[in-house]
Design a protein around this ligand. Structure first.
Ligand SMILES: [Cu+2]
Length: 114
């Protein structure tokens, strides 16, 4: 269930919340998982991912081109990542996000949080 914790939380309407963390993904309860989404060959892998509330996703860009993971509704945005860069975000509440790469509209992904 939705359980917002700690700092930097911003609300996304009634049910959705994203909690960007730049420094640490460790959680006191020990149950949270960090999932990796690789950006390579102009695609997100896996493009569609299912996670639990409180889990984190780390996007890692392996392309020479710069890419982003940008929510279609503005809920989150990794910003443009250069090759080798990564950004981790923690998703505190249940919901579903659709995102794309800002410069490359055909690069799409979804996050389903339960
Ligand atoms: Cu891109």
């Amino acid at each position: 269930m939705t359980k917002l914790t700690r700092r930097d939380t911003f609300r996304l309407g009634a049910a959705l919340a994203a909690l960007p963390l730049t420094a640490t993904v460790a959680r006191a309860d020990g149950h949270a998982t960090t999932h990796i989404v690789v950006i390579k060959d102009f695609a997100f892998t896996p493009a569609d991912i299912q996670i639990n509330a409180g889990d984190s996703i780390t996007w890692v860009n392996q392309d020479t081109a710069r890419h982003s993971a940008t929510d279609l509704n503005g809920a989150f945005d990794t910003g443009l990542l250069s090759q080798g860069q990564e950004v981790t975000m923690t998703f505190a509440g249940a919901g579903r996000f659709e995102y794309r790469c800002t410069p490359h509209a055909k690069m799409r992904g979804t996050i389903t949080i339960s």
